[in-house]
Design a protein. Sequence first.
Length: 111
Amino acid sequence: MKFGLEFVPVIPMSGFKLSVEAVADLVAIGDYGMKTFGLAQALKYHLALESRFELLAQFPRIGMPSYDLRPGLYRFPYESHMIFFTIETEHIYVVRVLHAKADFKRHFQNS
């Protein structure tokens, strides 16, 4: 068996796209972070979330299927939040970024 980067199964994708709801989620997370932890920590958290989006774009199958919420939906945890996304042909589509303790079914009931 061979190992190394050239043998890692990677789905080449150009990156990620955010839904309108995901953008609103990120704004709310940033606002809360600035008020609660300060600008530096809020920025650090935001950059870390974006880093997870890029990781998911490169390795989308590391997400857990969440088909009970919506067909084709995956989720991936980061700190206090859960990233919900779909795998598209050329990118991942970040649908929502919700607090890990949120009622996920409520957020996806009309989709």
